[in-house]
Design a protein around this ligand. Structure first.
Ligand code: ADP
Ligand code: MG
Length: 345
């Protein structure tokens, strides 16, 4: 039999990193989530060459302590989790302490940060989990700026497939749009390097509908119906839900489903399919809906640690919850359809 040996740590780390950072948009998601976790009120993203040349995320959050910079990009270093049990009630987006580390294994990372009350900030670059040099004092505005250059420079196959596919910039704009309509107290911007204007530009507003209008446009915003539901029956399901769904006038080529569960941007194919089925049955001409839905569950009912990119979560009583959402959407659509036919008559 072939001999079994231990892989080099650097090989292990690069393999793991390729899983956390699958494409440029995954790096942007991790960085923006870090900015949100740092209580930022303004987050801007700059992208060059679909993110392969440059991704820059700047925020006005609480910054990073000077003393923490040496271990910032080591694997499994985090300020958000201490013991396993904390996962049960975790509120932050991050907890695995892997994102920044992963980026340093597949790209060149430079961090500029300043904490409150300091006269100057620090800038330092990282490779393969470690600092390349001592942090240098520098001028800085409030918060943190993280720059990733040459993503996947050491993963030739990945770089090639990404260069051949349509670039990730559209995916990044889509991601920022989703964040912008959920975190309406934060202003977001997303710009392509060299472009004069931003492709996402939201300002903090108390109105969700305003946010949707400014990000997705008037055509979407004027065709939305507000939805709300909740349940508090521990034997079947406990949740609160609110959102907006498109009406019979909204016609699109594909469904847009923006789903947040406990403030995490996630995907839930079962729920998306279930709601599409309702649309096909009730509004066949408007069967590709726009849906924004925010569901809040008791934290102990949500397992957030099922996917390295945290793209999915698993829910207690998922089937019951999906069915309830389905019936809420169905009754709202039926009512709106009936009142419309009535008006027309
Ligand atoms: P995680 O988010 O899972 O903790 P990361 O690798 O994404 O792991 O980040 C490591 C740590 O670096 C975070 O726990 C946080 O303390 C700090 N950090 C990262 N980005 C920022 C930021 N934009 N502002 C302030 N602190 C940050
Ligand atoms: Mg993180």
């Amino acid at each position: 039999p072939p001999r079994i040996h231990r892989l080099d740590e650097s090989v292990v780390n690069r393999i793991a990193a390729g899983e956390v950072i699958q494409r440029p948009v995954s790096a942007v998601k991790e960085l923006v989530e870090n900015s949100l976790d740092a209580s930022s009120t303004s987050i801007s993203v700059l992208v060059k060459d679909g993110g392969l040349k440059l991704i820059q995320v700047s925020d006005d959050g609480h910054g990073i302590r000077y003393e923490d910079l040496p271990i910032l990009c080591e694997r499994h270093t985090t300020s958000k989790l201490s013991k396993y049990e904390d996962l049960q009630s975790i509120k932050s987006m991050g907890f695995r302490g892997e994102a920044l580390a992963s980026m340093t294994y597949v790209g060149h990372v430079t961090v500029t940060t300043i904490t409150r009350g300091q006269l100057h900030g620090y800038r330092v670059s990282y490779r393969d989990g470690v600092m390349e040099n001592e942090p240098k004092a520098c001028a800085a505005v409030k918060g943190t700026q993280i720059v990733i250059e040459n993503l996947f420079y050491n993963m030739i196959a990945r770089r090639k497939t990404l260069q051949n596919s349509a670039d990730d910039y559209t995916k990044i704009v889509d991601l920022l749009s989703r964040f912008a309509i959920h975190h309406i107290d934060v202003s977001f911007s997303c710009r392509k390097h060299g472009a004069a204007r931003a492709d996402v530009h939201s300002v903090a507003t108390p109105s969700r509908l305003n946010a949707i209008r400014s990000v997705y446009g008037l055509l979407v915003a004027q065709n939305l119906i507000k939805i709300e539901a909740s349940d508090n029956d521990p034997s079947s399901s406990v949740f609160e839900m609110d959102g907006f769904i498109s009406n019979s006038n909204y016609v699109a080529k594909k469904t847009t489903m923006v789903l947040f569960i406990n403030d995490r941007l996630v995907e839930c194919t079962a729920l998306k399919r279930a709601l599409e089925v309702v649309y096909v049955a009730t509004l066949p001409k408007a069967s590709k809906p726009f849906i924004y839905m925010s569901i809040t569950l008791p934290p102990e009912h949500v397992d957030v640690n099922v996917h390295p990119t945290k793209r999915e979560v698993s829910l207690l009583n998922q089937e019951v919850i999906v069915e309830k959402m389905q019936s809420v959407v169905e009754s709202v659509l039926r009512n709106s359809n009936e009142s419309r036919t009535f008006q027309e008559q």
